[in-house]
Design a protein around this ligand. Structure first.
Ligand code: T3D
Length: 261
């Protein structure tokens, strides 16, 4: 499939999806979200891919929904439909991919752009990037999963502060708060992303997918349920070739070479 508003590139086992409307700060449109959903399906179907990087072209990650996108803000019903139809599938696909998803936050992530970054498993940002719950600035309520991810990552007090005050949170503070994994100096950002993506691409992919499932279920489960889920998932991990390789490598005192199976 060819895309107009995103790029999908493959390099070895690494997929890189780039939101590609740099002159609009990668503001999200219905078409872009449709392309993003299709690209995530392509990534999910390609068993050679072992990590997916989501980033933005130019100086922003994404400025959130394009405020000039026709057919979205013209009526309350349209605004609601856009969330169900365009956003929810993308947020679900990001969280449900069976490979790690890395948000490479190159610049501002605002509104639903911030939500997309938070839907990824790991977020690494350039120091100059920022996270902005822009919704209240224009009289909207937060959406696209932001009220799910924010309090779970940073707690209710900080989630409320970010949301009600709608002030940009600089990347270094976002890392301090636990909103993201890491903030790195701008000059080191591209290399840091490449190195992390490569490291994840060489990890035991199925074990990482099972770990994602366990952690995703955790907040809705009690301890007994979570212990049972862990046992169920561990039985799957223990049956993988990568587990056999990990054990063999440990016993032979050599680095493991995982192939993702
Ligand atoms: O159904 C639904 O509810 C839909 C879902 C909605 C979820 C949402 O995401 S709502 C929130 C939408 N986003 C925003 O409100 C953020 C709007 N943008 C900004 O506040 C600022 O642009 C930023 C803080 C992100 C960056 O500021 P700055 O000063 O670095 O850049 P700028 O000069 O404001 O923007 C550069 C250009 O991008 C500018 O266009 P110009 O003047 O060069 O022609 C600006 O208009 C354009 N732009 C920025 N954000 C958007 C946008 N155009 C359309 N939509 C945008 N969201």
């Amino acid at each position: 499939m060819t895309y107009q508003q995103i790029l999908l590139q493959r390099s070895g086992a690494v997929a890189r999806v780039t939101l590609n409307r740099p002159d609009r700060l990668n503001a999200l449109t219905r078409d872009l979200l449709g392309e993003l959903a299709a690209a995530l399906d392509e990534v999910a179907a390609d068993r050679a891919l072992r990590v997916c990087v989501l980033t933005g072209a130019g100086r922003a990650f994404s400025a959130g929904h394009d405020l000039t996108d026709p057919g979205v803000f013209e009526s309350p019903a349209m605004a609601r439909a856009a969330l169900d139809r365009d956003y929810a599938p993308v947020v679900r696909k990001l969280t449900q991919l069976e490979i790690p998803v890395l948000a490479a936050v190159n610049g501002v992530a605002a509104g639903a752009g911030c939500s997309l970054a938070l839907a990824c498993d790991l977020a690494v940002a350039a120091n100059s990037a920022s996270f902005l719950q822009a919704f209240a600035r224009i009289g909207l309520a937060p959406d696209a999963g932001s009220t799910y991810f924010l309090p779970r990552r940073i707690g209710q007090a900080r989630a409320l502060g970010m949301t009600l005050l709608a002030e940009p949170l600089p990347a270094p503070r976002a890392a301090e708060w636990g909103l993201i994994w890491q903030a790195v100096p701008d000059a080191e950002f591209p290399a840091a992303i490449d190195a992390l993506a490569q490291r994840l691409a060489e990890a035991p992919t199925r074990a990482l997918a099972l770990a994602k499932r366990a952690l995703a279920a955790s907040s809705a489960n009690n301890l007994d349920q979570q212990l049972a889920l862990e046992a169920e998932l561990q039985a799957l991990a223990a049956g993988t070739a990568d587990f056999r390789e990990g054990m063999a490598a440990f016993l032979a005192k050599r680095p493991a070479k995982f192939d993702g199976h």
